[in-house]
Design a protein around this ligand. Sequence first.
Ligand SMILES: [Zn+2]
Length: 101
Amino acid sequence: METKGDIRAVEGLLVAADSPAGRAAAAINDLTMHLPTPAEPGVCPTCVGRFWPCRYFDDAAYRVHTARLRVGDVVPLGLHPRLWPPATPPGPSPGEEHDHG
Ligand SMILES: [Zn+2]
């Protein structure tokens, strides 16, 4: 069975219920249900007609965050730039300095 684009493949796993991931399991499930498909990264397939990230995703991400997990660990890498656009650093970044002398 091979699907391309329409459905995002998911992984089932077991975690200890009293671990941080176990406590956040419901939030992770909710978050995953509201991930966009690879074909349409700007649309939530669960909230029909909603742009992604939808409010349910945001809510689930907040719950994952408050469980002291990193939201980025349960979001596909390809979606990271959409959630966390590369920001221009406020000050001069190290490595930009030119060493004269
Ligand atoms: Zn949604």
